[in-house]
Ligand binder design. Structure first.
Ligand code: PLP
Length: 433
C-alpha cells in the first residue's frame, strides 16, 4: 500500500471492522478512493485506474454520469423525505418499471437487492402457503438468512450445506434447497422429494455471481413450465442483469416471463434504489397481509437517480448496441490472446459483461467451475490491478463495461492482459508451462 492508502487503512481499521463496509471490498492495494469519473477511479495516493469493477455492477452509465447527477442535484432541493403518502416521482418510477420490465405490473421500492429478494421470498411463501425455496449453486441473492448459502462453494461444500455466514438461523438455511444451473433434472428431483412444499424457484437468469453461466433456452423454459405445473412462483433475480443487458432485463431477451422480478444495482447508476415487481394479483398481497416497510423506501434522491437512469436507457437504445459491441470486442480479443499464448482458460460473458475462467471449457454449470484455478486468477487480478486495471477481486466473478468505456480502453486492456498472461507463463504459473 502507498502512504495515503496505508494511513487511511490504519484509521479505518480502528473504527470499521476489517476497514471496509462490505465483506468483499477489501482487496489490499488500492484500498482508499477519493475520486471517480466516467470509466476511471482515483485512489487516495492519486493513482488513476480504469474501472471494470463498477461498484459490483451498480455503475452502468459511468461514474458521476451528468444525466443522473443533475437529476439528483435537482431532487436535493426538492421535497426531501416525508415518510407519509407518496411523491409523484415514485409513481413515475413504478410506471417506468411497468413499461420496461415484461413481468412488472406493480412494484415495491427497497433500498437494496437483498431487501428485494427477501421480499420475494416472503411474498412467495405468503402466496403459496409453502415453506421451501429452490436456489442454484453459484447464484447470489443477497445476505439474508434464506439465500445466504452456496455461492462460490469449494468442491467439498458445493451442493451441500455452505452458509455464507455464522449466525444464520438453521431453519432458514435448511429451507433453501440447492440445484444445479442448466440442469432441469436437478430441479425435478427436488420437486419429487418435496411435493407441494416448494414456494418458489429463484435464479439469476445469467448467474453473473460466478462470471456468466449462459442459460440454455430449454432450461429457462423448463423452469417456467415446472414451476407453473407445481404451483410455485418463478423469481428472476435481475439485480445484475436488469437494465444492464436490456431495458427490460434478461427476461426481455429470452422471452420468458417470471412471476416476480427483483432488481437493483444499476437501476440508479450507483444510487441506492432496488425493488421487486410482478403480477398485479401477487403484488396485491402487499395491500392486505404481507408487510412492506422501510423508512427510506422510495427516497427522493434515489428515485430521481432511478428515473433519470431508466429514462436514459429507454430513450437511448444505442447504449446497448455500444456496450454489447465493446463487450463482444473484449471477449473476442481475450480469446485471441489466450489462443496465441496457449493459456488454458475460457472467456465468457454477455453484453457488456466479461470474465475469464482459468479452466478449459466448456462451462455450462457450476460443476464445471470446480476445475477453475483460483490461484491463477489471483495472480492475474493482482498484476492487472498493479498495471492500472480494476477487476472484480474474486475468481469466477464478472467485469463490467459501462457507457463511459471506449474502444481505446478495450485496446489498452487487451494489450495489458496479453502482457500479464505472458508474464504468468514466463513465471511458470499456468498449467503446461
Ligand atoms: N442479487 C444479486 C444477483 C446480486 O448480485 C446482489 C448483490 O451483489 C444482490 C442480489 C444483493 O443486492 P445488494 O447488495 O444491493 O443487497
Amino acid at each position: 500500500m502507498k502512504p495515503a492508502g496505508r494511513a487511511l487503512h490504519d484509521a479505518a481499521r480502528a473504527v470499521i471492522p476489517g476497514g471496509v463496509n462490505s465483506a468483499t471490498r477489501y482487496v489490499g492495494a488500492p484500498y482508499a478512493f477519493t475520486a471517480a469519473e466516467g470509466a476511471h477511479v482515483t485512489d487516495a495516493d492519486g493513482t488513476r485506474y480504469l474501472d471494470y469493477h463498477a461498484a459490483f455492477g451498480a455503475v452502468l452509465l459511468g461514474h458521476n454520469a451528468p444525466v443522473v447527477n443533475e437529476a439528483v442535484a435537482r431532487a436535493l432541493n426538492g421535497v426531501g423525505l416525508i415518510g407519509m403518502g407518496v411523491t409523484p416521482p415514485e409513481i413515475e418510477m413504478a410506471e417506468l418499471v411497468a413499461e420496461l420490465i415484461p413481468s412488472a405490473e406493480m412494484m415495491i421500492a427497497t433500498m437494496s437487492g437483498s431487501e428485494a429478494t427477501a421480499q420475494a421470498v416472503r411474498l412467495a411463501r405468503a402466496v403459496t402457503g409453502r415453506p421451501l425455496l429452490v436456489k442454484f449453486q453459484g447464484c447470489y441473492h443477497g445476505w439474508h438468512d434464506s439465500v445466504a448459502r452456496n455461492v462460490i462453494s469449494p468442491a467439498d461444500r458445493a451442493y451441500g450445506r455452505d452458509p455464507l455466514s455464522a449466525g444464520l438461523l438453521d431453519e432458514a438455511v435448511d429451507s433453501t434447497l440447492i440445484a444445479e444451473f442448466n440442469d432441469l433434472d436437478s430441479v425435478r428431483a427436488l420437486y419429487e422429494r418435496h411435493p407441494e412444499r416448494i414456494a418458489a424457484v429463484i435464479l439469476e437468469p445469467i448467474p453473473h455471481n460466478v462470471g456468466a453461466l449462459l442459460p440454455t433456452q430449454e432450461f429457462l423454459q423448463g423452469l417456467r413450465t415446472l414451476t407453473s405445473e407445481h404451483g410455485s412462483l418463478l423469481v428472476f433475480d435481475e439485480v445484475i442483469t436488469g437494465f444492464r443487458h436490456a431495458p427490460g432485463g434478461y427476461q426481455q431477451i429470452c422471452g420468458i416471463t417470471p412471476d416476480l422480478t427483483a432488481f437493483g444495482k444499476s437501476m440508479g447508476n450507483g444510487f441506492p434504489m432496488a425493488g421487486l415487481a410482478g403480477r398485479r394479483d401477487l403484488m396485491a398481497r402487499y395491500e392486505s397481509d404481507v408487510l412492506l416497510a422501510g423508512t427510506f423506501n422510495g427516497h427522493p434522491v434515489a428515485v430521481a437517480a432511478a428515473v433519470a437512469t431508466m429514462t436514459y436507457l429507454r430513450d437511448n437504445p444505442d447504449f446497448y448496441r455500444r456496450t454489447h459491441r465493446l463487450g463482444t470486442r473484449m471477449r473476442a480479443g481475450l480469446e485471441a490472446v489466450l489462443a496465441e499464448l496457449s493459456t488454458p482458460a475460457t472467456v465468457t460473458g454477455f453484453g457488456g459483461v466479461f470474465a475469464v475462467y482459468f479452466t478449459s471449457g466448456p462451462v455450462r454449470g457450476y460443476r464445471d467451475l470446480l476445475r477453475n484455478d483460483d490461484e491463477a486468477y489471483r495472480v492475474f487480478h493482482r498484476r492487472m490491478t498493479d498495471a492500472g486495471f480494476l477487476m472484480l477481486p474474486m475468481s469466477l466473478k464478472r467485469n463490467h463495461i459501462s457507457g463511459a468505456h471506449t474502444d481505446a480502453d478495450i485496446d489498452l486492456t487487451l494489450e495489458t492482459a496479453r502482457d500479464v498472461l505472458k508474464s504468468m507463463h514466463t513465471d511458470g504459473l499456468l498449467p503446461g508451462d
